[in-house]
Unconditional design. Sequence first.
Length: 364
Amino acid sequence: MTVTILCLIILIGVALVFEFINGFHDSANAISMAISTKALSPRYAVLYAAIFDCAGALCGTHVAKTIGVGMVAHDAITQLVILCALLGAIIWGLITWRFGIPSSSSHALIGGLLGASIMHAYLMLDKRYDLILRLPQFHFEHPALDVVNEHNVLDLVIIPMVTSPIFGFCVGIIVISILLIIFGRLKPELLNRTFRKLQLVSCGFLAFSHGSNDAQKTMGIITLSLITFGFLKGDTNFEIPLWVILICAFALSCGTMTGGWRIIKTMSSKIVKMKPMHGFAVEMSASGIILTASHFGIPVSTTHIISTAIMGVGSVVKASAVKWGIVKSIITAWVLTIPICMIMSAGIYYILVKTPLAAFGQYS
């Protein structure tokens, strides 16, 4: 019993590390506009975002339930699968943070979960893994793929992955166009002063929406861990314990307060230079889309939506001002996140079953 509890604590600890990294990686998106336009100083911006991130994380569990019961068959989820999914997502998050590239922690986690669970199913079907260490001979009709809920992955991950950035771009264009029609004739000084104040609302709204979607993914993972260790029943209700909600909200807030300055620099100035009205348009556009997705339990990429909203707003203001070379590197990271995290997590799982840690996942 003591060993079981220790293993559970380790797994929850790794999940909270992921949530912390999510805080300083993805939450940087929520405050980058306010810092860029000088609506808030960096110190107050991270504190402001941390408060609203925490508040958003405490509101609702629809996305957590999608992660917990909607992606992969329960019999393919073991402690080791969850550990490898988290490790793959953490490694990818740190790599993209190191190079200042905004990427999706949500898709990294989903990719990791898919990759590790598929590898687990493959090895359960192919007992030869004990005899040789080689890359598995795999094909796209392999029965190991049956562990993936294809319809949910398509409807709740792949389609939103494509459509949500398009919505971000289009809504950004619409919002900034309306604002320009209404306020475009005001003097620049008055315009900037007014929208810097309004950004206090829009920045908080965006941070709240980020917390309402991103924090819930880790809630789902920790709840899955509790089920695999037998501390919760894996029924269809998939209720998230209150203490899980609280610690995830706290971890996300702590990560936010550290400030992901590399990502902030990319989002606030490297894509396009922003003025207060532009920042307000981006924040309101992105937060509306993210909150809608959270309401319907769709785990979207807040990074994708905010980035494309910036592109949409920037293209209306001055298309040539958008640094499309930076946009290209961001899009490349978006496309690669899920497949790379699938491969990394599957590889980590394959390696760990050759070590004493295999017992951690109850593999055999």
